[in-house]
Design a protein around this ligand. Structure first.
Ligand code: T4K
Length: 378
């Protein structure tokens, strides 16, 4: 045994499914000093404006509107496109995806996922379209790209809008550009658990200035100027401290992504010959962000997924079952005709087998090795 590494039974710090990347505190102080000096705390202040510009530039997108969190950005994206009726979406996501529809009085229609990509299966979308369908709300789960071209073709044929829940897809590129340029709108989350974080936060990405202006009105009560309210907007603004933290994070984002890539590669190497443990394969994207490290626990593995989850917890390794239960199994959704397990067989299998292992930029080789040793010896 290599005693450079923790072995089962060793004491260690708890390991969480993710940890935010924290740049040196000293680098944050000058931003705070500037806020104290100019006393602009929120409402599209200078850091907010700067972060919108810098993020659009970094991500390679036309326009980006910052939000207080990803959920409000999703709710507002649906408002901005005036979506009503029924929307086709995936049950294999964080519950905020479908909740954003209910908050807009829209009926979610769940369609099964592809068993390889774990994203909404484009081949099953058409069968779920009815005269009430107005949009498709797919999710780039774990930052793995959806079948964007196929989805757009279907949307074009049926005159549907496409809103991507891109909460996990910060910085992902495919086919020579940002994944976020697809669809009518894409929505990011900058929550503490995300690759790029502003504590809480989010954004809507859009292609034209007119839409950006509409979104900006909607996130600020509908104000177009001091005396003009053009829509029943909400308060979903990001404040200056969060925007400043975002600017600082952006300075370190490439090293953070490189750290995640290192951890991802190490897991794949150390788990490659463990019977019954299947690492979800890399997507085809040109640049992935390694935002999660999902494994599927197969029937060949000696214990169940839940037994492994508990065993890891006993050793203070807090892996998470993202996404179990399926959204469609929660009480406010399960009576929907599209929520049956028969309709969602691939999603159900994935939800019952998935376990997301700890991944973050500064997770040590020693800790990754310890996690894989526990998995190997279960
Ligand atoms: N769409 C999708 C596809 C999403 O995944 C999400 C959010 C959204 C939309 C909505 O975006 P936001 O409105 O959240 O911006 C977490 C997050 O709260 C949520 O943002 C995220 N998805 C979801 C997948 O995960 P929980 O309840 O599992 O998080 P929690 O508090 O258990 O944190 C997980 C681990 O992360 C902790 O064990 C330790 C670590 N952690 C967490 C926090 C909050 C830290 O190290 N520091 C922290 O500050 O939901």
């Amino acid at each position: 045994m290599n005693h450079d590494f923790h072995e089962p039974g060793d004491m260690h710090e708890p390991l969480y499914v993710t940890r935010p990347y924290m740049p040196p505190l000293a680098e944050f102080i000058p931003y705070l000093e500037q806020i104290w000096q100019n006393r602009q705390l929120t409402n599209a202040g200078p850091f907010h404006q700067q972060l919108e510009r810098e993020l659009a530039n970094y991500l390679g997108v036309e326009h980006l509107a910052l939000f207080a969190n990803g959920t409000l950005a999703l709710v507002t994206a649906l408002q901005a496109l005036r979506i009503t009726g029924e929307v086709i979406t995936t049950p294999y996501s964080f519950v905020a995806t479908a909740h954003s529809l209910l908050w807009n009085g829209i009926k979610p229609v769940f369609v099964d996922i592809d068993s390889v990509t774990l994203n909404l299966d484009p081949e099953k979308i058409e069968a779920a379209i009815t005269p009430q369908t107005t949009a498709i709300l797919p999710v780039h789960v774990y930052g793995r790209p959806c079948g964007v071209e196929r989805i757009q073709r279907i949307a074009d044929i049926y005159g549907l809008k496409v809103i991507y829940d891109a909460a996990h897809a910060f910085g992902v590129n495919e086919s020579g550009g940002s994944l976020l340029r697809h669809g009518d709108l894409s929505v990011l989350s900058f929550h503490a658990t995300k690759v790029f974080t502003t504590f809480e936060g989010g954004a809507i990405v859009c292609a034209d200035a007119k839409m950006k202006a509409r979104i900006d009105h909607l996130k600020n009560f509908g104000f177009a100027d001091e005396v003009t309210v053009v829509a029943p907007g909400i308060n979903a603004k990001m404040n200056e401290v969060q925007a400043a933290f975002g600017l600082l994070q952006l300075r370190h984002i490439d090293e953070a992504l490189a750290g995640r890539q290192r951890v991802d590669a190490l897991y794949r190497e150390l788990l490659k010959d463990v019977p019954g443990i299947h690492c979800v394969p890399h997507p085809d994207s040109e640049r992935h962000n390694h935002s999660y490290f999902p494994i599927l626990v197969g029937s060949e593995y000696p214990i169940t997924r839940d037994a492994l989850y508990e065993k890891l917890r006993e050793h203070s390794i807090f892996a998470r079952r993202y996404f179990y239960p399926l959204i469609s199994d929660f009480p406010m959704y399960r009576a929907l005709p599209s929520a049956t397990h028969a309709n969602l067989a691939n999603a159900k299998s994935a939800a019952d087998a998935v376990l997301c292992l700890p991944i973050y930029p500064d997770l040590s080789t020693q800790d990754v090795t310890m996690v894989t040793n526990f998995i190997r010896e279960a």
